[in-house]
Design a protein around this ligand. Structure first.
Ligand SMILES: [Mg+2]
Length: 329
């Protein structure tokens, strides 16, 4: 078994061969800095996200390709949430000395597959030896026409609240893995939990909304509906009412079942878009279902309206990865 880190030069050469090229990158891997071309009339978007072993993934639960894909996914989802288009990504990777080389190769395979899918160039990064576990830090840059980035801070009372796709599917996979920690991940068929094991960023949907000027505020759901909606409410200085019956519960597993309302409300890492709009929107957008789940209100409170007519306070239930004591019930 070949040990890593590979000599940096060799790793760089490999990545360089494998990455998609882009007109946006005038100089990239192989120079001191990347030189990026921002399209005329556009602004640069920059986002950074950690992927840490035993925080965001576990080696016994997640295949290396899945870890690589999800690593880049986190950054692309942030670009989608602004209504932007990705330009180039940067990856800094710290690897334990005893990590087998095939793990690294498979990690890159998953990451580069997603990069090719969305034509994201890789323009640089760093590698180092890690004293404790695998650590990846992804930086993704993107572009959006000047003044058109969709912020969290511009939701207005009366706006409708929408989500793309279904909610709770990713957290349900983690819940199932936590329930039987010794069960090899392969027993949990990745195909039965696609949003967890093979997520796709909602870039087309974010851009669709931005082009038409339809979204007043937007965020991608990494922490869970209750927490991410709270971010919009806090930033916009508004409140919200969510209709419990309207929330699209993810269907996962085999045979397929719907996740609980709790999971859909508080489970993280679905990476769907949560946005507000003054308009009534169609039920599908760029090939993905869109559901109205509530309305923005005056005042600062978040309320959950239940099927039986009762109302309760909606409290943001922070999502902390893999921590059983904080895991949503
Ligand atoms: Mg985000």
């Amino acid at each position: 078994v070949e040990a890593v880190p590979l000599p940096e030069q060799l790793l760089i050469a490999r990545v360089r061969r494998a990455v998609p090229q882009s007109a946006a990158v005038r100089a990239g891997i192989g120079d001191d800095c990347a030189v990026l071309e921002v399209p005329r009339g556009q602004q640069l978007l920059v986002t950074t996200d950690f992927t840490l072993e035993n925080v965001h993934f576990r080696r016994d639960w997640h295949a290396p390709e899945v870890v690589g894909r999800r690593c880049l996914m986190r950054g692309l989802s942030d670009i989608a949430a602004m209504g932007g288009r990705p330009l180039a990504a940067f990856l800094s990777l710290a690897l334990p000395a005893d990590l087998a080389q095939p793990w690294v190769d498979r990690f890159y395979r998953g990451l580069l597959e997603l990069a090719r899918e969305f034509r994201v160039a890789f323009a640089g990064g760093d590698t180092s030896q890690s004293p404790c576990g695998i650590q990846a830090d992804i930086v993704v840059t993107g572009a959006v026409p000047r003044g058109q980035a969709i912020l969290r801070s511009s939701a207005r009372p009366g706006d409708r609240i929408y989500v793309t796709g279904e909610l709770g599917g990713s957290a349900e996979a983690v819940h199932q893995l936590l329930k039987s920690p010794r069960k090899p991940a392969q027993k949990l068929r990745p195909a039965d939990y696609p949003r967890h094991f093979h997520p796709t960023p909602r870039l087309a949907q974010g851009e669709w909304l931005r082009r038409r000027g339809l979204a007043s505020a937007m965020i991608d759901m990494s922490d869970g509906l209750s927490t991410d909606l709270d971010h919009i409410c806090q930033e916009s200085g508004v409140g919200a009412v969510i209709e419990a019956a309207a929330i699209p519960l993810a269907r996962v597993g085999r045979p397929a079942y719907s996740v609980s309302l709790e999971r859909a409300l508080h489970g993280g890492e679905d990476y769907e878009l949560l946005f507000t709009s003054a308009k009534k929107l169609p039920s599908r957008m760029a090939g993905i279902d869109v559901t109205q789940i509530g309305q923005i209100t005056r005042g600062k409170a978040m309320t959950l309206a239940l099927d039986n007519g009762r109302r309760q306070k909606l409290i943001p239930h922070g999502w902390e990865h893999f921590r059983k004591d904080r895991e949503p019930r």
